[in-house]
Design a protein around this ligand. Structure first.
Ligand SMILES: [Zn+2]
Length: 299
């Protein structure tokens, strides 16, 4: 493998383009070398699944060549095909299957090997907003990477669009003052206009999702990274390019947003929330604490 400027870890085929495409397009205009690694790129061997998988790979090839990135598929199986534990969406965002603890190490080792091969200047991982188990496993791969590497986390779209979702994820990552967070969580529930995860008619699902997260908030992790936000603003023309890139993932659009126009609307609304720009992407840079910095120097 050649060396790359950027290594972008994408849990599924569409995640890197959904969440980072304006940045990928800008980097590729600057002649940067970008590698997108899709971690969960396999389903089952059933003929129907194989056909869908072929279609998704074909879509991914086209999207990658449009945005100017190379791609590699790491060949792990999506949650529902990996374990019967993940029989519903609420289980996919809930407690991991017991077998996934060992599996997570395996994914981490694979990603670390790839990192060593391509020696990227910057590595992008999902923040795992929305708590999808596959996204969480890729987020956890940060432990397998060298402590000195430049790590940034991207906000998983469309999970990040509904109000409060990012806050919940940052709380789950950073640990929390339980009383304050449970109070905020209740506020969030009471403010929920029974609209959506992202679309109407899924309020029950949203409710289950929030409950699952409230349970997670009770357990502050000890290994929380320190994160600093970095907002990147883009123009109208960039947004149009982002929509063009997304249009290659034809099989996913209906399930995710309904139509591309609805996706555009969501993108504009989110950009308006972040800044005055027509389009914006926010990244969370991992910064080292003093203690960690000393540990790195000692190596
Ligand atoms: Zn995904």
């Amino acid at each position: 493998m050649p060396k790359y400027d950027y290594l972008i870890l994408s849990p599924h085929f569409d995640d890197a383009v959904l969440s980072c495409s304006a940045r990928i397009l800008a980097a590729s205009r600057q002649k940067k070398k970008i590698l997108v690694a899709t971690v969960f790129s396999e389903t089952s061997n059933a003929p129907d699944d194989l056909e869908k998988s072929r279609q998704r790979k074909d879509e991914d090839d086209k999207a990658m060549s449009f945005v100017g990135a190379d791609s590699v598929w790491l060949g792990f199986a999506d949650a529902p095909w990996r374990s019967p534990h993940y029989s519903s969406f609420s289980r996919i965002i809930g407690q991991p299957a017991a077998s996934d603890f060992e599996f997570q190490q395996e994914v981490g080792r694979r990603i670390a090997n790839l990192w060593q091969e391509v020696q990227p200047e910057t590595t992008l991982l999902p923040l795992a907003v929305g708590e999808h188990i596959d996204h969480r496993i890729v987020y956890q791969a940060r432990h397998a990477l060298p402590p000195y590497c430049n790590l940034e986390f991207y906000e998983d779209r469309p999970y990040v669009f509904p109000k409060g979702m990012l806050e919940l994820r940052l709380t789950a990552i950073a640990g929390s003052d339980e009383d304050r967070d449970l109070r905020r969580f209740r506020e969030l529930l009471s403010n929920l206009s029974a609209v959506h995860i992202y679309k109407s008619g899924r309020a029950a699902l949203t409710y289950g999702w929030l409950l699952a997260m409230a349970r997670r908030i009770r357990k502050p992790p000890v290994d929380a990274p320190l994160l600093e936000p970095r907002l990147i603003k883009f123009e109208e023309a960039d947004l149009q390019m982002v929509l063009n890139a997304m249009s290659f993932y034809d099989s996913q659009i209906k399930g995710l947003f309904g139509t591309l126009a609805e996706y555009e609307e969501e993108c504009r609304a989110y950009a308006a929330l972040l800044s005055e720009a027509a389009y914006a992407e926010r990244y969370w840079i991992r910064i080292h604490t003093r203690r960690q910095a000393f540990d790195i120097i000692k190596r």
